[in-house]
Design a protein around this ligand. Sequence first.
Ligand code: ATP
Ligand code: MG
Length: 400
Amino acid sequence: MNYDVILIRYGELALKGKNRDQFEETLLRNVRNILEDHKQVEIYRRYGRMYVQLNGENAEEVMTKLQRVFGITSLSPTIEVEQTEEAIKEGALRLFQSLEPQPRTFRVDTRRADKRFPKSSMDVSRMVGTYLLRSIEGIKVDLHQPDVNVHVEIRTEGTFISCQTLPGAGGLPVGASGKVLLLLSGGIDSPVAGWMTLKRGVRLEAIHYHSYPYTSERALQKVKDLAEQLTKWGGTVRLHVVPFTEVQTAIREHCPEEYNITIMRRFMMRIAEKVAQKRKALALATGESLGQVASQTLESMYTIENVVKIPILRPLVGMDKSEITDISRKIDTFELSILPYEDCCTIFTPKNPATRPRVELAERYEEKLDIDALVIDAVMRTEMVEITGKTKKDDIADLF
Ligand code: ATP
Ligand code: MG
């Protein structure tokens, strides 16, 4: 079927006035961005709906991309017809006949937003239903559980017929809620945490701690690939790559082994807070969940975040590992995340890490370190990589 228009519905009905305008404008911009490669499409909005006029572009491809745009509640591929009884009947028939497999039962529902049209919505539904029954053998009306719902919308901006409604990604349009800096490792959890933050309309930048040469170029590439996967849901994701070897070496030389992980994470937070300030991000986000591993205890979180003021979002805190894994499969990060490259934490993992680390002890052990110098040095040498979703591997290969 050659569809004419993809109709986009968006929700959060609670939004009013200025918020609603901003929501709509941000959504429009994001839809434009994601369809950038489809040069023929025209995108416009009218009366609380958005329309993508295909002008010959492939409906399936366009819809697949639109299903990744947060803020959209559902979409329908539609044909647009003239606002006459004849055109509506013919259009409905043409669309119905194109369906595979041929449905056996149907219902018609009509919404007449343009009251200038002379027939009531009930009458239009009846007219179309009768026409379909007369034209196609063996089909029946079923108002309760039809194989297909033929939906007719008569609006001032056009008359649209569709038989299909696909779910959108929900949430809020990315960019509507400010910016967050995500601590992105190569694991399963943090990309999911990033996705959940994006879903609430947040623009994302990511920070990754890299311990070259203890961690390889390929481990870093994996993180870039994960960031790139996230761009499919939220435009550009800037990735800040922090050289972390010096910090880790200093910790290993001067601090007791069982506090290495705690102190290392305190440094991650300090560095992230500085980068967030520079990039005007108002919060950090991590993939931590409570009790998932020995180090993710409340005591540990308390001691780690004690060194920063910036809020830390932990969108996975209420989730089980299986729920997190389900999402990571859905958003196509799972296969990347399970690639077996080393990461900076695993390399420096002590035999018996403290599971209930205490602030006073961490502070005492850190006295041997020049904290400010280590932090400033790492921040200064941090490199920013722009991940646009179209980045070629060669462009970002030689960072070190
Ligand atoms: P993940 O699956 O996200 O790696 P995890 O279950 O392995 O999480 P931890 O290793 O305890 O958990 O890490 C907790 C969080 O700390 C991660 O979710 C991530 O946000 C952050 N983090 C850990 N290592 C790094 C790193 N090398 N660079 C950036 N952030 C990191
Ligand atoms: Mg990890």
